[in-house]
Design a protein around this ligand. Structure first.
Ligand code: AKB
Length: 334
């Protein structure tokens, strides 16, 4: 089952799972799925993860072996409606964890629960600390300043609780449990979709605008540096963690990194591909304030050691072999 299946990550994940053909996909989204994606799914359900009646209906009709819980409200949008963000991001996750407990009990086997967390869980106190922090490890600087980051961090803890301590005092504890696994994603860049509502959106927005011949005013300062990842690597990471043997995992939460360019380096790479692109800077102090609390890079050595994380795309290859050719084809063919 994939929640938020119609979103950016859902697009790539559904295509890859359908190619592999190992699982039947149940796609859950607020809106009807794009027909091309729906055709790759065995079932599609329109609705919200906040609707517990709907989740009960899904539980009674299907047997769910694993959940990719992608539905979320991102960091910029969440700052306008923080209570709603909390409801969707935390209550929605709690509903799905409870749903997963029921599935594990009914099927008599553990249910894997894959949760994309984010670099937004970090909160570096100031730009000087960010500049000297080098790569940030999973346990460092966990003082997020956004509702989204706070929500992601809460859900990481909820997932750890459901996996290792759920109903720890109850005499009738179940033998089968939720097997929660989480990745802290950097900003993701896809050639096929443009994100909305995030604070890392300046990179994909800049690139897609350039390819469409549209002007772009970047809201981040030129020297802003946060980690990014090409979407195919994000899908590899989700599936790599999903398929990893439980006994190899030393934690429920893993950093995953790929490349970490400044906004100016992204602009230069974009201009190299689209020399007529009109890219300017129009700094948004508030959104910049959020970016300044996110790390310049992450230490993902644990993911590499435990389940073989190894991204295929560095900065050059992501642009030269994945983003630029596919984006060109997408808009030239439009
Ligand atoms: C956002 O900007 O909110 C997301 C993220 C980094 O998690 N893309």
């Amino acid at each position: 089952m994939i929640s938020g299946a119609g979103g950016e990550i859902g697009h790539g994940l559904i295509q890859r799972l359908a190619e592999e053909g190992t699982y039947s996909i149940l796609a859950l989204d607020l809106r009807p799925m794009d027909p091309e994606l729906a055709a790759l799914c065995a079932h599609t359900v329109v609705g919200t993860i906040l609707d517990t009646n709907l989740l009960e209906r899904i539980a009674s009709e299907y047997q769910i072996a694993g959940i990719f819980h992608l539905a979320a409200m991102l960091s910029t949008r969440g700052e306008f409606i923080p209570e709603t963000a909390h409801e969707i991001n935390v209550q929605g996750t709690l509903n799905l964890l409870k749903f997963a407990v029921g599935e594990a009990r009914n099927s008599g086997s553990n249910v894997k629960f894959i949760f994309p967390s984010s670099i937004a869980v970090y909160g570096l106190p100031d730009v000087a600390t960010k500049a000297t922090a080098d790569t940030v490890a999973e346990g460092d600087f966990l003082v997020p300043t956004t509702m989204y980051g706070i929500n992601k961090l809460s859900c990481e803890h909820l997932g750890r609780y459901y996996t290792h301590h759920y109903r720890q005092l109850a005499a009738d504890r179940d033998g089968f449990h939720v097997d929660f696994r989480s990745l802290r994603f950097p900003g993701l860049i896809s050639a096929f979709t443009v994100p909305s509502g995030g604070t890392s959106d300046y990179a994909p927005e800049m690139l897609h605008a350039a390819a469409k011949g549209e002007e772009y005013a970047c809201f981040a300062r030129p020297d802003t540096r946060i980690p990014f990842m090409a979407m195919p690597d994000a899908i590899d990471a989700l599936l790599g963690l999903f398929n990893a043997p439980f006994e190899n995992l030393s934690t429920t939460v893993y950093n995953v990194g790929s490349f970490s360019p400044s906004a100016e380096e992204i602009k230069a790479k974009t201009l190299a591909a689209f020399p007529d692109a009109r890219i300017t800077y129009e700094n948004d102090r508030q959104r910049q304030g959020i970016l300044d609390t996110w790390p310049a890079d992450v230490d993902d050595s644990r993911a590499r050691a435990d389940w073989g994380w190894n991204p295929s795309y560095d900065f050059a290859r992501a642009f030269d072999e994945y983003l630029i050719p596919n984006i060109r084809q997408r808009y030239d063919g439009a």
